[in-house]
Design a protein around this ligand. Structure first.
Ligand SMILES: *Cc1c(COP(=O)(O)O)cnc(C)c1O
Length: 377
């Protein structure tokens, strides 16, 4: 059997047909598919507004911008995440502050958030690691007390549930960010989205996506000079997504339920089969939440590097999620020191991500189990 990757998209023939139709239509960008994808995703998640962007990173940048993050502001996030969760703060001139994680869920620990709050703190970016929702109620209480904005990084968590609502409903937050990168739950190639119930954020996000430009006659600052007239009112970017990408997104969204079911099936099987292996710690799913299982990470008690190497040699495309963000040379140069978040560092030293994706066959799952038994036992 060939190499089994840690993650992989699942594009079916009907996805291809829908993209082909879109390519033959009048609009390649800024057509009807963008709004349709936004509306359908918002409806799925139970939120009012959605703005699709060219990537999850662009969506995070946009969310941080409309949240008003500026030079001198501090934003608290998790060190165990993709660099984009913290980089979006730097893009706006703010300072990412890392709060340590919970040992069981690997999510940011609300108690650690509280410890990191200063007079400069403006926002919190909780990351639903591996698709397991953070303790949003608790984070919401902290934010309310200190008047902070919450931007959920839900790039792992489309389809996850917390207290009977979908992640993305923004019941406990101001905005939620999704990614449609190829390894995520559904894909548009590259792509991302911001969900919000706040109309003001929504309007500014639309402008930020296209250079800070508006054509709305009710919003222009100078006098309307004619039908050609538009105004750039703040410095935005070109973060637009194409129509054919959104056509793919619409088609993929229909399959999200099945995709997540298959992920859960594989996780259940892994959990049952690995239960007897003493030298590893399995991922958890707490009561009252439904993880969307973006990643299946284990923690080994020793020899991570050797085990990782052997698994790769046996054709298992294991990976590591994540290197603590502040270990990155760029962050070190900004003055971030080691030992900032001991639990995150301990987690990083032990973790290995095993293959998990809906297209994964039973044979591939069995092979991972067989090789794991051989390598870890
Ligand atoms: C994938 C991901 C992002 C960035 O999304 P892109 O679409 O790749 O730009 C941000 N945060 C997390 C946690 C992610 O996994």
């Amino acid at each position: 059997m060939k190499y089994i990757p840690y993650a992989k998209q699942w594009i079916l023939d009907d996805d291809v047909d829908i993209v082909a139709d879109s390519l033959r239509s009048d609009y390649l960008t800024q057509g009807s598919k963008v709004l349709e994808f936004e509306n359908k995703t918002a409806r799925y998640c139970g939120t009012k507004y959605a703005v699709a962007m060219s990537s999850g990173t662009a969506a995070l940048h946009a969310a941080a911008f409309v949240a008003g993050i500026k030079h001198g502001d501090e934003v608290i996030t998790s060190p165990i995440t993709f660099v984009a969760s913290a980089n979006c703060v730097l893009y706006c001139g703010g300072k990412p502050v890392f709060a340590d994680i919970e040992e069981d869920t690997i999510n940011i620990d609300p108690n650690e958030i509280t410890k990191k709050i200063t007079t400069k703190t403006k926002a919190i970016i909780p990351v639903h690691f591996a698709g397991h929702p953070c303790d949003l109620e608790e984070i919401h209480d902290i934010a309310k007390k200190h008047n902070l904005i919450i931007i959920e990084d839900a790039c792992h968590a489309l389809g996850a549930e917390y207290n009977d609502s979908k992640i993305g409903a923004c019941k406990y937050s101001d905005m939620t960010v999704l990614s449609f990168h190829a390894v995520k739950h559904i894909t548009t190639g590259e792509g991302g989205m911001i969900l919000t119930n706040n109309e003001n954020y929504y309007k500014r996000l639309l402008m930020f996506r296209t250079h800070g430009i508006t054509r709305d006659p009710n919003k222009i600052i100078n006098s309307d000079e004619g039908d050609w007239y538009y105004e750039m009112q703040f410095l935005g970017f070109n973060y637009r997504i194409t129509d054919f990408q959104c056509a793919l997104g619409i088609s993929q969204l229909k399959k999200l339920g099945q995709f997540i079911e298959r992920r859960r099936e594989i996780v259940k099987k892994y959990n049952e089969e690995f239960d007897g292996l003493e030298d590893i710690i399995l991922p958890v799913e707490k009561q009252d939440v439904k993880s969307s299982w973006h990643l299946y990470y284990i923690r080994v008690k020793r020899d991570r590097k050797a085990i990782f190497k052997k698994l790769r040699e046996e054709g298992i495309g294991v990976n590591v999620h994540y290197i603590p963000v502040y270990y990155q040379p760029y962050y070190k140069n900004l003055g971030y020191k080691d030992h900032l978040c001991p639990k995150a560092e301990d987690y990083y030293d032990r973790t290995i991500t095993l293959p998990l994706y809906p297209k994964m066959t039973d044979n591939a799952v069995d092979k991972v189990i067989e090789i794991m038994r051989k390598v870890v036992a």
